[in-house]
Write a protein that binds this ligand. Structure first.
Ligand code: 5CA
Length: 442
């Protein structure tokens, strides 16, 4: 992408309404623009990151055996009356009437809708287990939307729903998502800690929040420090095998959010030098709630002996749009964002120090073309801005690598490469610079 032809409305001033660093940087880097309280437009740069995160979430859901679909944002109130949540959900639910005076709502979550789809399509124990997910916008009329997309009213969530014939099966489904979450957050460059949590309006008696530690987090969390250093399960994890060993290893260590925290247990179970009390951001939340919805909505299958079985369910959420902000909270410096390569909007920022200089233009165009051919995303700053402004914009938007090209370097036959995270610089020939990122021959 050539910057001269792109839409990157960066801000020079720090917006006064933004209280936390990720919100400030997302506005300054031209990633989002507020449309109404808690409702945001995703500008091109922000959208690229959102899509990258979405794709990693998708790949790990698929790997764990969940199946993607897409449910609508608008739902019928009747389904929620069946579960009893139409009244329970309260003011957080955005309620709408259509022209026929029928009650609709903008979905804050999808337990009812998926249970309805399940009961009308699947009838036999042979169809189970099954885990269905989608990545879709939600609306919650939060009392205090704040911190940009961190606590929005409209936000993008991955929500998965598992159906099993018995409690053991449901526990396995829960474990599969637990492992998938550890892997997902790690691929996003985050160390998320699973913590015993309160199930809130979703319900159920087993629930874990996945929390990343950050001073600006909205919740107070308490855990054993060993959890922070644990590596996620590898690529070779077998989702069909018993996963309880992997889970137990973690849940045997104390970790709880404020709602579930018990100071006496914390002190009894965790040696003083291993106790961690910190602020955290909830990036995912999983629930096992058994037959809460299947019972009220009549989601049953026929068992092997012909008897009717009320299915066991769980639901599993990831805050996809919140993750964009959470990653920035975890990875930035005083100059701007530092994207992990896995979610970076572009891999390389190519800076032409002297547009109009024939040699610089030629060399930049050549590298740009070769990276494109190799399938590497490059943002090419071909604008007439002064060099200092170009450097600050590149640092602000946080692309992992910068390649800086100007007449002085070219005279020596080199371009400069800067690694955003470490600030390390090296000079390479243009060919070597291409080969550093693209395998030779590509
Ligand atoms: N039905 C369940 C699981 S699918 C559910 O709705 N869980 S939740 O309420 O915990 O939401 C799942 C995730 O969405 C949260 O962990 C959080 O990361 C994200 N989330 C929740 N509310 C907001 C919000 N207002 N703004 C941004 N992200 C949010």
């Amino acid at each position: 992408m050539r910057l001269s032809q792109y839409f990157l409305p960066t801000l020079r001033e720090t917006p006064s309404e933004a209280q936390i660093i990720s919100h400030r940087l997302m506005l300054r880097a031209g990633m989002i623009r507020q449309s109404a309280s808690g409702i945001y437009t995703w500008l091109p740069l922000g959208l690229r990151v959102l899509k990258k995160i979405e794709q990693i979430v998708r790949e790990e859901q698929d790997r764990a055996g969940a199946i993607e679909m897409l449910m609508p944002t608008i739902q019928s109130a009747d389904l929620w009356r069946e579960s009893g949540r139409y009244d329970d959900y309260g003011l957080e639910m955005l309620r709408i009437k259509d022209r026929h005076d029928r009650d609709l709502l903008y979905g804050p979550t999808n337990e009812e809708l998926i249970t309805d789809i399940f009961r009308s399509s699947l009838k036999s124990y042979k169809d189970l287990p099954i885990n269905l997910y989608h990545i879709q916008w939600k609306f919650r009329d939060e009392i205090r939307p704040r911190f940009g997309v961190m606590r929005g009213r409209e936000f993008l969530m991955k929500d998965a729903y598992s159906f099993d014939i018995d409690v053991n099966g449901a526990r396995h489904s829960y474990h599969q998502m637990f492992v998938a979450y550890l892997r997902t957050f790690s691929r996003l460059g985050l160390r998320a800690i699973p913590m015993a949590a309160d199930a809130g309006p979703i319900g159920g008696d087993m629930s874990h929040e996945f929390v990343i530690l950050a001073d600006t987090g909205e919740s107070q969390v308490f855990c054993h420090k060993d959890l922070v250093d644990m590596d996620p399960p590898g690529d070779d994890v077998d989702y069909n095998a018993d996963l309880s060993g992997l889970i137990d290893e973690r849940i045997k260590l104390y970790a709880a959010t404020d709602d579930k925290h018990d100071q006496a247990t914390f002190e009894a179970e965790v040696p003083e030098d291993r106790r961690l009390s910190a602020r955290g951001i909830e990036v995912g939340h999983i629930f096992y709630f058994g037959t809460k919805y299947s019972k009220s909505m009549g989601a049953t299958v026929t068992g092997p002996d012909g008897a009717s079985i009320t299915v066991e369910m769980g639901s599993y959420g990831i805050g996809v749009s919140r993750l964009v902000a959470a990653i920035i909270e975890a990875s930035h410096d005083e100059s701007g964002i530092i994207w992990p390569e896995s979610v970076a909007p572009f891999m390389i920022g190519l800076i032409n120090l002297k547009p109009g200089d024939a040699g610089s233009d030629r060399s930049c165009a050549d590298l740009y073309q070769r990276f494109q051919n190799a399938g590497i995303d490059v943002l090419y700053d071909d604008t007439a801005e002064r060099a200092g402004a170009k450097f600050s914009t590149m640092d602000l938007i946080g692309l992992p690598w910068q390649i800086i090209i100007g007449p002085r370097g070219l005279k020596k036959g080199v371009v400069e490469i800067k690694h955003r995270a470490t600030g390390e610089r090296e000079e390479l020939s243009p060919d070597a610079a291409v080969n550093k990122f693209a395998a030779p021959g590509e």
